[in-house]
Design a protein around this ligand. Structure first.
Ligand SMILES: *[C@@H]1O[C@H](CO)[C@@H](O)[C@H](O)[C@H]1NC(C)=O
Ligand SMILES: *[C@@H]1O[C@H](CO)[C@@H](O)[C@H](O)[C@H]1NC(C)=O
Ligand SMILES: *[C@@H]1O[C@H](CO)[C@@H](O)[C@H](O)[C@H]1NC(C)=O
Ligand SMILES: *[C@@H]1O[C@H](CO)[C@@H](O)[C@H](O)[C@H]1NC(C)=O
Ligand SMILES: *[C@@H]1O[C@H](CO)[C@@H](O)[C@H](O)[C@H]1NC(C)=O
Ligand SMILES: *[C@@H]1O[C@H](CO)[C@@H](O)[C@H](O)[C@H]1NC(C)=O
Ligand SMILES: *[C@@H]1O[C@H](CO)[C@@H](O)[C@H](O)[C@H]1NC(C)=O
Ligand SMILES: *[C@@H]1O[C@H](CO)[C@@H](O)[C@H](O)[C@H]1NC(C)=O
Ligand SMILES: *[C@@H]1O[C@H](CO)[C@@H](O)[C@H](O)[C@H]1NC(C)=O
Ligand SMILES: *[C@@H]1O[C@H](CO)[C@@H](O)[C@H](O)[C@H]1NC(C)=O
Ligand SMILES: *[C@@H]1O[C@H](CO)[C@@H](O)[C@H](O)[C@H]1NC(C)=O
Length: 640
């Protein structure tokens, strides 16, 4: 930019001597830089002999004399001024064109040097100087022109002389802060948003007052506008945030810089860890940066280059944390920077949270399973331990805790064993051991009473209805004892005995077969009606022998529905379990004794202990024998 008037001509020319000077001087020949001027301007010739490279300035006294064609140059008011090592022409004329010799004398030696002053006529009809300096402006950017008169200003400053600069575009003076232009400092003109219009000749004129004369000197710049340009870089990443990472892990963070413009920008991208510049680009180092990668971006609004330098720390150590990692982009148009701070990451909570979740789930499933497996025991235990929580049902106007319905003598499905169970086993456990009050049709009903009335009344007076049945109870004539059930448990003795002539809608599902089991039918109809439709009675199904699916299909739909909904309490399971245990015990005993005796195979007596599985289930279904009579309602749990 500072390519000034001086042309790079090596001083191969012979130093042009003045002939008559007889001294033996060290000849420094023609000065490298020429001085160009036009008539009317001021011009300054400066001798560079006053330099530590030439002699010891500080200890050796010296004086300088300027010569032109062998004659010493003196001060001429208003025209020529010799001041220190400088020769000033305050009002250049065409005659001043030529070479001037400066001789520097010290007490022991002398040095000579010549300087060329070239005076050109201005080109007619053109403002500015015939010789121009070249400067480039970058399109779209804010760019500057630099006035090539720094030497004059410096010299005048050293004289303590004020000077001022005026800029011209062609012949037109430029005002400060007008349009695109700003006078930025003494020698530079800033042009905002350079465009093709700025491709023009700009002249800067320095005016000053020297030796009583107002002098001025000008330089002209041929400014060209370059299409290729780069604007101020923009840092996209990092973004002055914190980054979390765990010790031992690796970290890669790109520094992304966008440079709007055309043409590859000249830019350096640097990473600092704290204040230390990261230099290594070797991936085998723990901390290194990758070479700059760049992409051209051409999407309408954003035309430019994207550059990226990745910082990699392969294995984070403790000393890497709590440090600012700063990325800085450096170009002639700016040097923005941004950082990220590295913090240690919180410990990974996924595993503990996951474990807790799994444990809670497991506990929940276990609890639910345990509850369902031991529901009966838990509820019974509750009733026993916290009787206070349950309402005493004694005052609800009912006479009985349960109504026991079972096939009566001469009815379908009647068997002695069923009757025994109903008349002896049930009362023994429920009434004697547990204190319940039962209504058992075959025991408590007075002969001769109107059947319909007793059934209705007594069911109404009961809190539960225990419906005892075998495979044959509902099967009528279709029952076959071999229908898949274990003969072992087959309590029923098929008995299609006569009834008293009333037909039942409920049991007459298989097409016109008429049964006459009046009491049983009435009980069943009434019970099902109350249980399923009115929901005022709880019916407990007591299954006395195993029922095969084929047998079950013959059951009334209401019973099948109830059985599916709430299940049945199975007496036969209890019997079978006891038998198996008993058989095993017997076999073991037999093995032990090693006797060939025939083992008695008759089944053991059914359990009469209220804490056996069967009785627990029955008790579970039976009403609670609570302690408090006043508490009106109980919670859902306690209703279990
Ligand atoms: C200056 O240098 C020239 C050679 O370049 C020489 O001929 C001349 O004598 C020198 N003048 C003085 C005064 O030494
Ligand atoms: C000039 O100086 C050189 C060496 O510096 C010397 O050789 C030469 O004789 C001198 N000439 C005269 C005329 O003194
Ligand atoms: C003039 O010459 C002197 C001594 O050689 C040097 O220090 C100074 O910078 C020059 N001044 C200009 C304006 O070139
Ligand atoms: C020329 O004038 C300046 C001041 O105007 C003075 O400093 C300088 O010494 C003069 N030079 C000569 C050779 O008289
Ligand atoms: C410079 O010289 C020219 C002619 O020699 C004269 O007309 C002009 O007024 C002078 N300028 C100044 C500023 O002295
Ligand atoms: C310059 O210096 C030389 C020698 O050092 C001396 O003879 C001469 O008189 C001085 N000239 C001036 C103008 O001071
Ligand atoms: C130079 O300019 C400054 C202000 O720019 C002014 O204060 C000062 O007086 C001026 N000096 C001379 C010698 O004109
Ligand atoms: C200015 O520069 C441009 C190219 O940079 C060139 O074409 C043109 O001739 C120059 N003008 C002058 C007056 O030097
Ligand atoms: C960084 O450079 C290394 C090799 O110099 C290369 O393996 C790695 O993929 C580079 N990483 C990125 C993000 O470009
Ligand atoms: C990181 O830089 C920010 C902004 O310059 C500063 O506030 C913060 O204190 C720095 N943190 C560290 C650890 O140097
Ligand atoms: C980020 O912080 C730096 C100083 O460290 C600041 O110069 C820069 O403007 C900030 N960048 C953002 C996007 O805040």
């Amino acid at each position: 930019m500072d390519l000034s008037l001086s042309l790079l001509l090596f001083c191969g020319l012979f130093g042009i001597g003045t002939g008559f000077v007889q001294e033996n001087c060290t000849n420094y020949k023609l000065q490298f830089e020429r001085v160009f001027s036009v008539p009317g301007d001021a011009a300054m010739l400066n001798s560079t002999l006053v330099s530590p490279d030439v002699f010891d300035l500080n200890s050796v006294p010296y004086n300088i004399t300027w010569y032109n064609s062998g004659r010493v140059i003196h001060n001429q008011t208003g025209r020529v001024l010799v001041r220190g090592e400088a020769l000033w022409f305050l009002n250049v004329t065409l005659d001043d064109d030529g070479e001037y010799v400066a001789i520097l004398r010290t007490p022991f030696h002398c040095y000579n040097q010549s300087t060329r002053l070239r005076v050109d006529l201005p080109v007619a009809g053109q403002c500015g100087r015939p010789l121009k300096a070249e400067q480039e402006l970058t399109k779209k950017a804010n760019d500057i022109l630099s006035c090539p008169l720094k030497d004059y200003i410096k010299k005048l400053n050293s004289y303590n002389i004020n000077s001022s600069i005026t800029w011209y575009r062609g012949c037109q003076p430029i005002e400060d802060h007008k349009g695109q232009y700003i006078y930025r400092d003494k020698t530079t003109l800033m042009i905002k948003g350079v465009n093709a219009h700025n491709q023009h000749a700009y002249t800067c004129t320095l005016t000053f007052n020297l030796g009583g004369i107002k002098g001025s000197v000008s330089e002209t710049i041929n400014a060209s506008v370059r299409e290729e340009y780069s604007m101020a870089p923009q840092l996209r990443e990092p973004t002055n945030t914190t980054l979390s990472a765990r010790i031992g892990s690796s970290l890669s963070q790109p520094c992304t810089v966008f440079v709007p413009g055309i043409g590859m920008p000249f830019i350096d991208i640097l990473w600092y860890a704290g204040k230390k510049l990261i230099r290594s680009a070797d991936p085998s180092d723990r901390i290194y940066i990758n070479a700059t990668k760049s992409w051209q971006m051409e999407d309408g609004l954003h035309k430019g280059w994207l550059l990226e330098v990745v910082l990699t720390i392969t294995e984070l150590r403790e000393e890497d944390f709590f440090i600012n990692y700063t990325c800085q982009a450096q170009s002639s148009r700016g040097h923005p920077k941004a950082y990220f701070t590295l913090l240690p990451a919180d410990p990974d909570l996924r595993i503990p949270i996951g474990s807790v979740f799994v444990c809670v789930t497991f506990l929940f499933i276990t609890s639910v399973t345990v509850f369902y497996l031991f529901k009966v025991d838990i509820v019974l235990w509750f009733r026993r331990v916290f009787p206070v929580l349950y309402t005493n049902k004694d005052s609800d106007g009912k006479l009985y805790d349960a109504y026991v319905a079972y096939p009566q003598p001469r009815a379908i499905g009647y068997s002695e064993e069923v009757e025994t169970f109903a008349l002896h086993t049930l009362p023994q456990v429920l009434e004697k051991s547990c204190g319940y009050k039962l209504f058992i049709a075959g025991r408590d009903c007075l002969p001769g009473e109107a059947i319909v009335d007793t059934v209705e009344e007594n069911i109404q007076a009961s809190r539960r209805l225990l419906l005892l049945y075998t495979a044959a109870t509902f099967a009528g004539k279709k029952h076959t004892s071999s229908a898949g059930s274990s003969n072992n448990n087959n309590l029923s003795k098929n008995n299609n005995s006569e009834g008293d002539g009333r037909s039942s809608e409920v049991f007459d599902e298989d097409g016109g077969e008429v049964h006459r089991d009046t009491r049983q039918q009435l009980e069943c109809v009434a019970a099902m009606h109350r249980s399923l439709l009115e929901r005022t009675l709880k019916v407990v199904l007591v299954e006395l022998e195993e029922i095969s699916p084929a047998q079950l299909a013959l059951f009334p739909e209401s019973v099948r529905h109830l059985r599916k909904k709430q299940g049945a309490v199975c007496w036969w399971k209890e019997r079978r379990k006891r038998q198996r245990w008993w058989t095993c015990a017997r076999t073991r005993a037999a093995d032990k004794e090693k006797t060939g005796q025939d083992v008695q195979t008759s089944p053991p007596p059914p359990s009469l202990s209220p804490s056996s599985r069967f009785w627990k289930k029955i008790r579970y279904h039976m009403p609670v024998r609570g302690k408090r009579a006043t508490y009106p309602e109980t919670t859902a749990l306690l209703n279990l």
